[in-house]
Design a protein around this ligand. Sequence first.
Ligand code: NAP
Length: 274
Amino acid sequence: MSTKIDQSVETQATQSRTEPLTHDAIRNFLPPDNCLDGKTILVTGAGDGIGRVAALTYARYGATVLLLGRTSSKLEYVYDEIESFGGKQPAMLPMNLEGATYAEMQQLEGLINKEVGQLDGILHNAGMLGQLTPLEMYDVDMFAEVMKVNFTATFMLTQALLPLLKDADHGSIVFTSSTVGTHPRAFWGAYALSKQAVEGMSDIFTQETQNTTNLRFNCVNPGGTRTNMRAHAYPGENPMSLKTPEDIMPGYVCLMSDDSIGVRGQVIELQPKD
Ligand code: NAP
């Protein structure tokens, strides 16, 4: 399976690097070869689904990828895939975001600083669905778990890694939202609320940093994508009717490349409805 992006896509971003690209230009980005050369990018939930394909794709475009996830065997598999196509040597960072402490995340910052020396981007992709049930019946322990993995740990990890990101020329932080994060929907409970909180966090970080740093914070909404999570959420749906993670990679690459340095505080739908 190729993780290079199909060059038959027609639209190409022609705007200058400091102008904010349109969302169409981000979705249809045609990454130049090696456009992520020299960058170090951390991907959470890198062992499966969209995160796995994003990690492979970033490596294909020249990045050194730091693979964070909770299942070591899955990270090892992605590590081997990157090595097999000659990508830069990745690093595995096993971490269960549910139980991870702030002290562990600060240690991670120290480790990346010592062993790699730089961090140019984070794709906060790890996520869990939790229950699909009315809030009245939502299990409160499950609620806390979903909020921790999808939101609180995302905040903690961002804060812990900010010193490294601020040292980068143009640090890019990409959060992952969802349609139910932008428009909360009945029965989506903690998942929808956690994603809404993530969108708010991206907005606040943007306001707090845009005049004083080169950092950019944005959210992506992948839209319905063929993964295990989607199959659990919509068990009656034909997975073949959905885009694959590979299909939506142009936007993920664009937001890590220097072509998007003018893009700040956006929520970018990668599969907008017509
Ligand atoms: P997925 O196939 O279920 O993958 C989720 C990833 O997150 C896995 O690698 C998983 O690790 C990791 N993860 C879960 N809990 C974790 C924890 N406690 N600590 C560390 N890692 C953890 O889901 P996906 O569809 O690729 O979703 C990726 C992101 O896109 C999520 O944020 C999701 O909310 C969002 N999204 C997806 C869709 C869609 O249609 N697929 C639509 C909108 C938004 P393990 O494999 O080790 O469990």
